[in-house]
Design a protein around this ligand. Structure first.
Ligand code: AMP
Ligand code: MG
Length: 437
């Protein structure tokens, strides 16, 4: 049991015995620990210490999906590059449209996408036209085929109610010539690949992926395939962290489980720092626990040990190990994921070159009572959904202990309860941050 857990249990017992006079050190049950950093302060410190990488590489368009653009993309063409029909129908001159009665038009040709009508469409004439076909010279309006009566092979009849200029797409209405289509710092999504292809670009410059080495620490940890003795647990943090890192397209270097052994820890930290931009560990940064980890970290680099006013995940170490940026996450599996999402991920995204990576927050009606003390930001696990009436509602995922990883697996959002917030009653509005996409 680490020191923080011990203090919490002492403090819990005290609550059960209100007459006791025993004084305890600050604990995770205290509403405000004056030595803690606020979440915002911690985020600011971390972001300020993490400059973006500048190296870029060229990638073929398909391989650039999910990577971060390292160049502004200026469009060398306009899209569409010609005025064309938005519908299957008949192209004609808007000024010829009938106002009061039906009117016959002479059919003089046909235009396909990729096979234009080469002639000129004169007064009271029309051209059969397919979606995407360039508008024939002289025409500016398309009447859709469902609103036309075909009289014979050479004539059609049109009624009233049409508007000159309808059902056409203007040249450049999607992308203008020489416009900045995409800016550096953007993570490329499927639509981005599409628009890059639409301007004929087959290769782009993206930032090289961040290389992140990570390992778990703890004598009680076993790897998958090993047999658990009493008191031992399978190492789950490395798998959750792998998932969190991989979906951001980082290069990952999994360095396994390392025992609470000073020499091994030192060797592994050095090895990780020599081979990665970022080193992540989990476990062993709680107050008072395994002090040699701190000693090693202090020997190898400049590391800060912070208590942050968040729950779960109060302890966090951060600093520089040689050229690598180091983050020491807490050990409890939910705390690992929450501190990663709130504190580490924004910093890694900035290092990887992504701009504006702020998470989207939404308001939802809370269906559960959420116990909370003012003075720290809490992240409870929730399931966000939409009622038949269209309201966003959120329900907590059962017991919210920082070791209950199933609460994280069931959740599709974090319920964000800011510092000043007290216990939330069912029916109140809360902010939620979707994740697990
Ligand atoms: P620590 O911060 O090292 O005191 O760990 C806090 C709690 O998290 C303990 O119950 C550990 O057993 C658990 N824990 C630490 N690392 C892992 C891990 N990699 N996988 C699962 N549980 C862990
Ligand atoms: Mg440990």
């Amino acid at each position: 049991m680490d020191f923080v857990t011990m203090l919490c249990i002492v403090s819990e017992r005290q609550r059960a015995m209100p007459n006791t006079t025993i004084q305890t050190a600050p604990s995770c049950f205290d509403s405000i620990d004056p030595t803690s950093l606020s979440l915002v302060q911690a985020q600011q410190h971390i972001l300020a210490a993490c400059p973006p990488l500048t190296q870029s590489i060229k990638r073929p368009l398909r391989d650039a999906l999910g990577h971060i653009l390292a160049q502004d993309i200026i469009s060398p063409i306009q899209v569409p590059n010609h005025v064309n029909s938005a519908m299957d129908g008949y192209a004609l001159r808007g000024e010829d449209l009938p106002n009061a009665a039906t009117k016959n038009f002479e059919l003089v040709g046909i235009a396909f996408a990729g096979k234009p009508f080469e002639g000129i469409c004169g007064a009271n004439q029309c051209v059969r036209i397919m979606t995407g076909a360039p508008m024939p010279a002289g025409t500016d309006t398309v009447v859709i085929q469902e609103q036309v009566e075909q009289l014979d092979a050479h004539a059609i009849r049109i009624g009233t109610g049409h508007r000159a200029g309808q059902n056409i797409r203007q040249a450049g209405e999607d992308i203008a010539l020489n416009s900045v289509l995409l800016q550096a710092g953007r993570r490329l999504n499927p639509a981005d690949l599409g628009i890059l292809a639409s301007i004929g670009i087959g290769e782009v410059s993206v930032y090289r992926p961040l290389r992140v080495a990570f390992f778990s620490t703890g004598d009680e940890l076993r790897s998958i395939g090993e047999t658990l003795a009493a008191g031992e647990v399978y190492d789950s943090n490395r798998y959750a962290l792998y998932g969190l890192l991989k979906r951001l397209n980082f290069d990952v270097l999994d360095m396994g489980v390392v025992k609470d052994d000073p020499d091994l820890l030192e060797q592994t930290l050095k090895n990780a720092a020599a081979n990665a931009d970022v080193v992540l560990t989990s476990g062993g940064v709680s107050v008072g626990e395994a002090d040699y980890i701190k000693a090693i970290l202090n020997k190898l680099g400049q590391i800060h040990f912070w208590k942050i006013a968040i729950k779960p995940g109060r302890p966090l170490a951060m600093g520089q190990l040689d050229q690598a940026t180091f983050f020491g996450l807490p050990g409890n599996p939910v705390a690992v994921m929450v501190t990663f999402l709130q504190l580490v991920q924004p910093a890694l995204l900035k290092m990887a070159g992504e701009t504006h990576p702020q998470p989207l927050l939404m308001d939802a009606i809370c269906q559960s009572r959420l116990k909370k003390q003012p003075g720290r930001t809490e992240f409870q696990r929730g399931i966000l959904s939409r009622t038949a009436q269209g309201q966003l509602i959120v329900e907590k995922t059962g017991y919210q202990g920082s070791g209950i990883l199933s609460s994280m697996s069931q959740a599709n959002c974090l319920i964000v309860l800011p510092d000043e917030r007290d216990t939330v009653q069912a029916g109140e509005i809360v902010q939620v941050q979707p994740f697990n996409w």
